[in-house]
Design a protein around this ligand. Structure first.
Ligand code: SF4
Ligand code: SF4
Ligand code: SF4
Ligand code: FES
Length: 960
């Protein structure tokens, strides 16, 4: 299937109860009221020529190609801007219309280069198609008149190019940037013949506000805006629908291919999570998959001081298995464990936890959700009964009030961010609770009604104070609560939050939020209509992360904002498959489907299916693994696709723990930070190289489809199988679909899921079973999953991480649009053009006090460690709070973060670290050691394979 051959209905679908019946070229057609004549015509099988219309954008009516005749009306109305009306008789093909259309095309073509044969979009150009469709045969205007043929190209963006000579000023790009993306970076400047598309104030695309989402490129009907990869490689010859491997939005893409090579990624119009939109990562940053740093050969070594030795798969797997068995014989069954990656597929995660439980014989398995959304799992399970978000993304279109807390969707979840902004532009109200002034607070045509700029670490105080206002001002949804929630727990909670010490006035001191603002926000949330909460790691990664999640669920229950469209509690998941990795049993205490290992019935089920005995004891969590390693009782680790050294807090502690172990097996696509401590390296496969599924933040299971063979020979699930077989526990799957069948057989919420059904429905939101054969878009509709909803008391307890004279500032962390987490992928793409180093954001006041200017090197010291970054002086910060991203290993952001963690789940408290910031002249001691160790490890790698490593890409800041 080629994108070119997808049906374009010309104007967006309208949803209306009323329908309209009209006649087009003699064919009767019935459409929802508000549908354009153009779209109705397509429904009737008639394609009216068009240029400025496309069904992802509101009609504009500028090209005049889509004119039609309507009985009883004068003139020739544009079919894209004319709504269908009952009884209309439309004619789309008459001699007169043909003549007008040819005239229009002639004008366009006379000012268009006639280089079709060498044009990159040759064969996939709407202008070319339309010239054919209207039967254009000659162009009467000579080439002596004024034209734009020598206009200069803008090649500033690494991923697409703008060639104004080919622009027909159809405005589709401008509308795409406004309507779809919500960035408003483009305008049509000049009038009439002089008019042209410009980015920003006549700047280049790179200098403008453009965020390189590519929506304009996709919308452009000509070769004016074109992907550089397409220019380089030519038109694709086949395409495969798959799912983005970056964030938890889970956008569907068509990978457009030439043989085994990706030509471009085009967001899939029928993708239910993204509906044809994408961000700079998913659409453009896929080049890492073929980067020269990819590790393609298995390697082993006895100690991390030894050079790596390239070996066969057989030898590497055999060596790893022998080491694990040796360790278990010497140090006991529990001395080894595994880590499931939230980057890998459900099927792969399932196999890793199965290997740990069945082949290792313990429950020492955990996943990186530990360090991000484990409090979500815990908090939502306690209150609502299910460890997942309650809505579809589309549900936001029905929200009247949107509360965003501890999340930065325009950077972290950009495609959902665009959707959110669209709803806000249409009139929904917005409450932002965040220490920083994130973009949502003020962006084009979006203004937050409230920005509660709280002190990091005071979420629970703010949320409980909001509940106080709702309870004491009589804003409770009494009927909902009486019918749907446990009354005793509610009574206790009501009494608790109503206490004066939980009032906004009393809490203002710790939260830093003026009481009146907080009251206003609470009133708006409770009374503004459908209210939805979206939250992220700014809620979970705290000492009271689980408490804050429960406080959020309490608010939703207290106001009846749960169980229908437009409302709900929605964690924005970080990694592509963090929801899935939790679902399929990667926690040490839970079998797939969140069922406790101590539950003998569930265990019995798995024991029978797997033909082994499963330990009833919960295993070690990631931080406990480190503790046990330092204590000498944990010696072997199978780590699939996760970089714990860079992503877990207190790097030095993690490194020390790993250094004390005897066999670390790292399976990854790059020699990541953790691999520098490894003894066995097993090359991984990227999402382009395997089949499987990812589950996004909406509980949506989507297919990942192989578009090229695994570069190192095996997909990750095959490698786990090899290892299990070598350990003596047989696994024999021929295709990931068989693994999904096993998951479905053993997990009630997945009972109805199969690859066949996924192919049929496109994607499925779990639970999917006999009661919900097509899945469950909205949860807790009539009752809560746990029966009655349970209010839980959320006593604010300040974190132990306190500021004092030595550490007077609070450091909090986050992500940026163009980079992704530890950056292993995005750093190996042109996305570094937007962000090539992590910086420390600091308020001008704090900067000035310390004599720090923008761009200066500053040392950041915490109780855990010290690192050096460059300063970015910014009013987005509040005084007393500094901020950084953590995309570059040499930044060492996690050298500073501490061992503090959520009381319930051990999720690290990344978001609050007391620090001091001072001007410095040189890298930190840690950074110097890091550099030496890094260089040494690269040397040991080169010894193995002589592969040219791109040292420049690895070396990071020249200035350090
Ligand atoms: S790439 Fe996206 S943000 Fe940039 S101009 Fe195009 S639509 Fe706007
Ligand atoms: S750049 Fe493309 S989409 Fe934008 S106005 Fe020109 S032809 Fe239309
Ligand atoms: S929003 Fe997330 S899933 Fe969608 S393209 Fe961007 S990174 Fe990929
Ligand atoms: S397509 Fe209707 S005016 Fe351009």
């Amino acid at each position: 299937m080629h994108p070119h051959h997808d049906i374009d209905y010309g104007t967006p679908r309208r949803e209306a109860e009323q329908t309209v019946t009209l006649e087009i070229d003699g064919v009767a057609v019935t459409v929802p009221a508000g549908t354009s004549v153009m779209r109705a015509a397509v429904e009737a099988g008639v394609h009216v020529p068009k240029l400025c219309a496309t069904d992802s954008l509101e009609p504009f009516g500028s090209c005049r190609l889509c004119l039609v005749e309507i009985e009883g009306r004068r003139g020739y109305p544009a079919s894209c801007t004319t709504p269908a009306e009952p009884g209309m008789k439309v004619r789309t093909q008459t001699g007169k219309l043909a003549e007008i259309r040819r005239g229009v095309m002639e004008l366009y073509i006379s000012d268009h280069p006639l280089d079709c044969l060498t044009c990159p979009t040759n064969g996939n150009c709407e202008l070319q198609d339309m010239a054919g469709a209207v039967g254009l045969r000659e162009v009467r205007y000579g080439d002596d008149g004024a034209s734009h043929l020598d206009a200069v190209k803008d090649q500033s963006n690494p991923y697409f190019e703008y060639d104004p000579s080919k622009c027909i000023v159809c405005n589709r790009c401008v509308r795409a940037c406004e309507e779809t993306q919500g960035t408003f970076a483009l305008t049509i400047s000049g009038r009439g013949f002089e008019s042209r598309v410009t980015a920003g104030q006549g700047e280049s695309f790179m200098e403008s506000d453009c965020v390189s989402c590519g929506a304009c490129v996709q919308a452009c009907p000509t070769a004016t805006l074109t992907e550089t990869s397409l220019i380089r490689m030519g038109q694709p010859e086949h395409s495969v629908v798959t799912t983005c491997a970056y964030c938890g939005v889970g956008c569907a893409f068509k990978a457009e291919m030439k043989g085994n090579e990706v030509v471009r990624m085009v967001p899939y119009k029928d993708g239910q999570a993204n509906e044809g939109h994408a961000c700079v990562k998913g659409r453009f940053a896929w080049g890492y998959a073929t980067h020269q740093d990819r590790m393609l050969k298995p390697m082993i070594r006895a100690s991390i001081q030894d050079p790596w030795r390239e070996v066969s798969w057989e030898e590497a797997i055999g060596y790893a298995a022998a080491q694990f068995r040796r360790i278990q014989q010497k140090h006991g069954r529990d001395a080894v464990g595994g880590i499931v990656s939230s980057r890998c597929t459900n099927e792969e995660g399932y196999l890793v936890q199965k290997l740990v439980r069945a082949a290792f014989g313990n429950n020492n398995v955990d996943t990186c959700a530990r360090v991000c959304h484990s409090p979500t799992g815990y908090g939502l399970k306690q209150t609502l009964g299910e460890s997942a978000g309650t809505q579809t993304f589309r549900s936001v279109e029905r929200s009247d009030v949107i509360l965003v807390i501890g999340a930065n969707p325009t950077d972290g979840h950009p495609v959902f961010g665009s959707r959110l902004k669209k709803r806000l532009r249409a009139g929904a109200r917005l409450i932002v609770i965040d220490p920083r002034r994130i973009d949502l607070v003020r962006s084009p045509h979006v203004r937050a009604d409230y920005h509660l700029q709280l002190r990091p670490g005071s979420n629970v105080a703010v949320l409980t104070a909001m509940a106080h206002v709702i309870v004491t001002e009589g804003l409770l949804a009494e009927d909902f609560i009486a019918e749907r929630c446990e009354s005793r727990a509610f009574g206790l909670w009501r009494e608790f939050v109503a206490r004066p010490e939980n009032s906004p006035e009393a809490m203002a001191e710790v939260t830093g939020v003026p009481a009146e603002q907080l009251r206003g926000a609470a009133r708006l949330y409770a009374t503004g209509g459908n209210a939805a909460i979206y939250y992220g790691l700014g809620v979970t990664e705290h000492a009271q992360g689980s408490t804050a999640v429960m406080a959020i669920a309490n608010l939703a229950m207290a106001t009846g904002n749960i169980g229908r469209e437009g409302v709900g509690v929605n964690p924005l998941r970080g990694q592509n498959n963090v929801q899935g990795s939790c679902d399929i049993g990667s926690f040490p205490h839970e079998l797939p489907g969140y069922r406790h290992v101590s539950d003998s019935t569930t265990r019995g089920l798995f024991e029978q299916a797997w033909n082994v005995e499963i330990s009833p004891e919960p295993g070690l969590r990631i931080p406990n693994m480190f503790e046990a390693a330092l204590g000498g009782s944990f010696k072997g680790l199978y780590c699939q696709g996760e970089d714990i050294v860079q992503s877990d807090p207190n790097t030095q502690h993690v490194a020390e723990a790993l250094s004390s172990m005897e066999c670390i097996v790292v399976q990854d696509i790059f020699l990541n930070e953790t691999a520098k401590y490894a003894h066995v390296f097993l090359p991984g496969s990227s999402f382009l190289e395997k089949d499987g599924t990812f589950t996004n933040a909406e509980r949506r299971i989507s297919r990942v489809r192989k578009v090229m063979p695994p570069r190192a020979g095996y997909a990750d699930w095959e490698v786990t199988m090899l290892l299990s077989n070598a350990l003596g526990y047989p696994m024999d799957y021929r295709h990931p679909s068989e693994i999904m069948d096993e998951i479905a057989r053993l997990t009630p919420t997945f009972a109805g899921v199969s690859y066949a059904k996924l192919d049929e429905l496109g994607s499925i939101q779990w639970p999917c079973n006999a009661q919900a054969p097509a899945g469950t878009p909205i949860m807790h509709v009539d009752t809560f999953v746990r029966g009655k909803g349970k209010f839980i008391i959320t006593q604010f307890v300040p974190t132990e991480e306190k500021v004092n004279r030595r550490f007077p500032l609070i450091l909090t962390t986050g992500r940026i649009l163009s980079q992704y987490n530890v950056g292993a992928q995005t750093r190996r793409t042109d996305n570094v053009r937007w962000h090539d180093e992590d910086r420390l954001e600091i308020h001008p006041h704090d900067a000035q006090e310390r004599g720090i200017a923008d761009g200066d090197w500053v040392g950041i010291v915490s109780r855990a460690g010290e690192t050096v970054l460059r300063a970015l002086v910014s009013e987005r910060m509040q005084p007393g709070v500094v901020y950084t991203t953590f995309h570059f290993p040499e930044s060492g952001a996690n050298v500073i973060t501490t061992d503090n963690s959520d009381w319930a789940t051990n999720c690290p408290e990344y978001k609050v670290t007391a620090v001091q910031v001072l001007p410095v002249a040189q890298p930190s001691e840690w950074q110097r050691r890091y550099r030496d160790f890094h260089d040494e490890q690269l040397r040991l790698l080169r010894a193995a394979n002589g592969v040219a490593q791109d040292e420049k890409a690895e070396a990071g800041h020249a200035g350090l």
